[in-house]
Write a protein that binds this ligand. Sequence first.
Ligand code: FES
Length: 349
Amino acid sequence: MKITINGITCETAAGQTVLQAARANGIYIPSLCYHDKTGVAGKCRVCVADVEEMRGLQATCNLPVKEGMKVNTRSEKALEAQRLVVDLLLSTGSHDCIACEKNGNCELQDAAYYLGIEHPGIQYADVKTGLDESSAFIRVDRGKCISCGRCVAGCNNVVVNEVLDLGWRGHETSIVFDTDSLMGESSCVQCGECVQLCPVGALIEKKAIGQGRSWELEKIRTTCPYCGVGCQLYLHMKGEQIVRVTGVEDGAPNKGRLCVKGRFGYDFIYSTDRLTSPLIKENGAFREATWDEALNLVAKKFKKIIAESGPDAIAGVSCARSINEDSYQMQKLFRAVIGTNNVDHCART
Ligand code: FES
């Protein structure tokens, strides 16, 4: 079906909302609490528009498209309402963009830019504060929280860890962990889904702080090197250094979700302790060896064990970080060549 948004004819499909149709047609409508993964929250009211033959402003994230619908997100009334919400959010938080990690990648900043809000019109003295640095990988800055609830919906409905909630009321409304514990003392498993969904700088990867501005980073898509699920992720690189890792939202199998290892466990690649050549133990101490020497030794010992005790005296455990083809060959070697079904995989953690 066809609708018009700001005078532009847009192709849409039944079941879409006006916000989804606008995004699909490259039209920006400021929005903060809606995310494709967490769905409609209808809380922030930034996405409002005038719709012909409908009374009052409509939240476009919650408005299904209808054939011939005429939407105006830039009417005086709609812009005034959008500005008021963004202005109030800026006024009641400590949105110090200059030093904020989200600068250049912040949905509140984008909305303020679009609406031409350079300074908050009102400045409340009692802006929210509260820095929680207690957890291993995530910094919580309540001064920047806009209470959109995306992190809460993600924690409860997407990854179903059920740790986050919105606590307190009114101006005091704030995300809480379990029954208002520090994040580091709560049952949070640090999967970072809340960080992935946060539209502002309230939830930030600690390791990324000060490591690079968003516009300096190159996003490289790859597959997580840990278990065999094959989660898709982006490495945000500054030169040769990983600054942060995010999940690929539109990619199967994880749709943006990652576990603590995939999102935060990348330091090992820079470790000087990594083995770069095989080691052979002699008289209780390891010494470096060539691959030929190491493989010959293993083959000799396998043959000896098989001759003495049969093939079932041997087991093969392959590495979860191996590619599929290598794991396939490993089990083929053990089943067809050595003659045992003792094969396993290290991703049983
Ligand atoms: Fe529509 Fe928040 S995005 S109400």
